[in-house]
Design a protein around this ligand. Structure first.
Ligand SMILES: [Zn+2]
Length: 61
């Protein structure tokens, strides 16, 4: 039996354009990600990956 490698999940630290809140957004989102503070949309699912709409400050992998 061979092990299936666990897919690495990338994630981003995204800054909200409206209120400057910073929050973590994963690369694979299934629903719209909103800012925890002001409800601005930070990311939308697109083709199985997140389309980041806010400002990406850092990227982790
Ligand atoms: Zn916000």
């Amino acid at each position: 039996m061979s092990k299936v490698p666990y897919p690495k999940t990338k994630y981003y630290k995204v800054k909200c354009a409206s209120c400057n809140n910073e929050q973590i957004v994963f690369d694979s989102v299934k629903s719209t990600v909103k800012c925890n503070v002001c409800d601005e949309i930070l990311a939308e699912p697109k083709g199985g990956k997140a389309q980041i709409l806010g400002e990406i400050i850092e990227q982790y992998s």
